[in-house]
Write a protein that binds this ligand. Structure first.
Ligand SMILES: Nc1ncnc2c1ncn2[C@@H]1O[C@H](COP(=O)(O)OP(=O)(O)OP(=O)(O)O)[C@@H](O)[C@H]1O
Length: 244
């Protein structure tokens, strides 16, 4: 059975229908790239999967449980799906370690000592074992984003959603963050990432979803989507408009 099932999901903001019937199933350990033009609905889709947005129609299940059920269901399921954004959103007055501990102690009511053990562990897994006591303003953007990833991992998510997580970084810092994502993918984490890093998507992802005007317009293995796009819209998006 799939881990995440998205069935006929519709979402409007006012009169504008942003998601027009999305069907995607994501398997355990699957790594998905979501690509498409600005405004095609990629972020909205991720936010619906994480319960940050309600949906108007359709259903989303995680491990067979409906995400958009009662408020209690939503809280419980939201904890199972981590989300990482373009902006790192770290608390500036807390050290890297304390940033990673916070959600555990506040939301999960984990003890301080257990939360610290987990925080040290996940910081080490993103290559930041020496930064536990360092404040965010003393970290590079790439290091801050890795702290944000560690903070998500500390909640032991069943899946991670990444929304353009390298877009705010200087180009020389992109590689270190992608390396962490790559190692998570290799370790079996289920990942859905909205990304402009086509080369990375090609190398690391199992499947690519091309969104266009609120619909899944084309989907397939990276070699097919990038190597032999079927639709004019995807060819145009990939800068291959002249290819017939
Ligand atoms: N909270 C909101 N209220 C009103 N409109 C919204 C809201 N969030 C998104 N939209 C609109 O929904 C459409 C899709 O936005 P979304 O951010 O999902 O697209 P995207 O494909 O992720 O684009 P980008 O690559 O620019 O982030 C856009 O027209 C956007 O203006």
């Amino acid at each position: 059975m799939s881990l995440i099932e998205i069935n006929d999901v519709h979402k409007s903001f006012g009169d504008v229908e942003v998601l027009k019937g999305i069907d995607i199933s994501i398997g355990h350990g699957e790594v998905l790239a979501i690509i498409g033009k600005s405004g095609s609905g990629k972020s909205t889709l991720l936010r619906c999967i994480n319960g940050l947005e309600t949906i108007d129609r359709g259903s989303i299940t995680i491990g067979g449980n409906h995400l958009h059920g009662t408020a209690a269901d939503l809280r419980r399921l939201r904890l199972q799906v981590g989300m990482i954004f373009q902006q790192f959103n770290l608390f500036p007055h807390l050290t890297a370690g304390r940033n990673v501990m916070l959600a555990q102690t506040v939301v999960k009511k984990t003890s301080e000592s257990e939360a610290e053990t987990v925080a040290r562990d996940v910081l080490a897994s993103v290559g930041l074992s020496d930064k536990f006591d360092v404040y965010p303003d003393k970290l590079s953007g790439g290091q801050q984003q890795r702290v944000a990833i560690a903070r998500s991992l500390a909640m032991k998510p069943v899946a991670l959603l990444c929304d353009e997580i390298t877009s705010a970084l200087d180009p020389e810092l992109v590689g270190e963050v992608l390396a962490v994502v790559r190692s998570l993918a290799r370790g079996g984490m289920t990942l859905a990432m909205v990304t402009h890093e086509m080369q990375f998507a090609r190398e690391v992802c199992d499947r690519v979803i091309f969104m266009h005007e609120g619909r899944v317009h084309e989907t397939g293995a990276p070699e097919d989507v990038f190597g032999a796009p079927k639709t004019a819209e995807l060819r145009q998006f990939l800068g291959m408009a002249n290819v017939t």
